[in-house]
Write a protein that binds this ligand. Sequence first.
Ligand code: COA
Length: 171
Amino acid sequence: MTTDHKTQSGTEPQLVTPSEDSMPPQTRGNRHRSLELRLGRWTELSSLAGPVRVEVFVQEQGIPAEIEWDAHDLTSLHCVALCDGQAIGTGRLLPDGHIGRMAVLALHRRDGIGGMILSRLIEAARQDGHNGVELSAQTYVSAFYQRFGFQPQGEVYDEVGIPHQKMVLKF
Ligand SMILES: CC(C)(COP(=O)(O)OP(=O)(O)OC[C@H]1O[C@@H](n2cnc3c(N)ncnc32)[C@H](O)[C@@H]1OP(=O)(O)O)[C@@H](O)C(=O)NCCC(=O)NCCS
């Protein structure tokens, strides 16, 4: 199983109001005046994570909308970064320890947001008792994952016209 944009039977995101039962705010001393990381299920976070994924994967990267949504959304733990209440980044952790759908809006990149989301998902995987996490990285951002300890494994392969590389982080 991979976490990336392979063609699967589509599951449209449910647009629902997120739960009030969210993580406490975490702040960072940069241009993000109020930064919050929220962890939750798709039923709670789809209305925040969904638009970020549409902007990044569908509009910016040209990934077909029908494969952006898959059945893993319903079983994953999702993380959303909010800046002044607006969702600006997201990622997900599958029950099997795969991380995927890492996305930060272009205007907010290289400001530590993706790293905060990734770190939070890695921490969640540790808490779940996994002995590591893995992901299918777009090769142009493999340096991002390497910075957090992920190691490339195997050959580069193509998914939806984008070169990918399996990357693994052992705990
Ligand atoms: C990948 C992505 C989520 C990273 O988010 P981000 O908020 O920009 O990442 P961070 O600011 O936390 O980056 C932390 C470090 O990772 C590395 N890094 C991040 N993006 C990088 C890039 N495009 N190229 C090389 N290194 C990168 C850098 O070392 C960076 O630290 P620095 O800015 O001090 O040099 C973001 O670029 C993105 O949404 N890209 C489009 C969607 C995508 O391709 N997702 C990945 C699918 S596998």
